[in-house]
Write a protein that binds this ligand. Structure first.
Ligand code: UT7
Length: 316
């Protein structure tokens, strides 16, 4: 069960008007087609600092000391270093002594980390695991490409996971595909490789990813409900990866659910990749949205392609 959450966003932010000066776009287009109004982007601080702050806040909200942790799993596409992993950086900064590693499931990172954590706790091997999800998409954005540069922000979210029965269902899925959504790794100069045209920028076939996202979210939530013998009506809140307000709207209508069950913070943060779900979860926990026993459906999707859904009874 999740016993604590934390998050941290960069202090600098850029509203839609900023992008009007950068590329051929308008606030109206971005708002209408995505629901995004603002995004927080790293300028002064580092991703490790955000991840560490989110981790500390999660530990504090769980009432847990770093020394009590059995494992740290960081979901990230890339931290400040290739080596050490973001997990090891966070471990050092919070003063933990447990093993730590990174996994990369792009925007679905929280679900993948939660499934791994749940498996290791259920097996009896570990009792307390810290999940930290942090991404700095601003490192990989071509700020002359209007179709992608307006979408993403940076951030970090974290959760402490402990033994308990509140995680009722979790399933993660992958379908290898580098055509719809990819970031080619930029390589340092060397005498041995011929430079290709990609220099580490995010490339996305927006409409195809949109269709994949709607069908992955709706399909996996229906599958989760069927497996638990419930219907979407029995879910109190849906927390979907914050990529596009229209994806959330289509999920709402295809699941036949009212607006107020779908929590969002997309307007303020844009798409923060792996951080998006734990950032939303933490904000809503701090607002006191959830009451004990509420059923949450959490669903993530993104590059890989990777996606997953869990059903969680809020333990409070
Ligand atoms: O977290 C990873 C998962 N990612 C996602 O889930 C993203 C999924 N995809 C999307 O959210 C949407 O497909 C986008 C927001 C990326 C694009 O929205 P769209 O409604 O699918 O637009 P489109 O790609 O079909 O483009 C429609 C038009 C094009 O112009 P033409 O060819 O019709 O003249 C684009 O060039 O909108 C144009 N366009 C823009 N116009 C103004 C694309 N980006 C912009 C922009 N400002 N920023």
């Amino acid at each position: 069960m999740i016993t604590g959450t934390g998050s941290c966003a960069p202090s600098s932010s850029a509203g839609n008007v900023f992008f009007e000066r950068l590329v051929d776009t308008t606030d109206e287009w971005i708002t209408a087609r995505t629901g995004i109004k603002n995004r927080h982007i790293i300028s002064g601080e580092t991703l490790s600092e955000l991840a560490t702050a989110a981790a500390r806040r999660a530990l504090e909200s769980a009432g847990t000391e770093a020394a009590e942790l059995d494992l740290i799993i960081c979901a990230t596409m890339q931290g400040d270093y290739i080596i050490p992993s973001m997990g090891c950086v966070v471990q050092r900064e919070i003063g933990a002594t447990c093993p730590a590693f990174d996994l990369n499931a792009a925007c679905a990172g929280f679900l993948f980390a939660l499934d791994v954590a749940d498996g290791l706790i259920s097996s009896g091997k570990y009792n307390k695991i810290l999940i930290v999800c942090s991404d700095q998409l601003s490192k990989f954005i071509d700020y002359s490409d209007r179709s992608t540069c307006v979408l993403f922000g940076d951030g970090a979210g974290a959760a402490v996971v402990e033994r308990g029965d509140s995680l009722r269902y979790i399933r993660i899925c992958s379908k290898g595909d580098a055509d719809l959504l990819s970031i080619n790794s930029a390589r340092p100069k060397s005498p041995f490789f011929v430079e290709g045209k990609s220099q580490g920028y995010l490339a996305m076939s927006g409409q195809d990813v949109f269709k994949f996202a709607v069908s992955a979210v709706v399909g996996s939530i229906k599958e989760a409900c069927a497996a638990m013998g419930i219907t979407p009506d029995d879910i109190d809140y849906f927390l979907l990866h914050q990529a596009n307000g229209r994806i959330i709207d289509m999920a709402k209508s295809q699941l036949g659910q009212p607006c107020e069950k779908f929590l969002t913070n997309l307007a303020e943060y844009g798409n923060t990749s792996a951080a998006s779900i734990p950032l939303l979860l933490d904000e809503q926990r701090r607002k006191g949205t959830f009451k004990r026993g509420d059923m949450l459906a959490i669903s993530g999707f993104g590059g890989g392609l990777c996606w997953g859904t869990c059903l969680l009874k809020w333990a409070g």
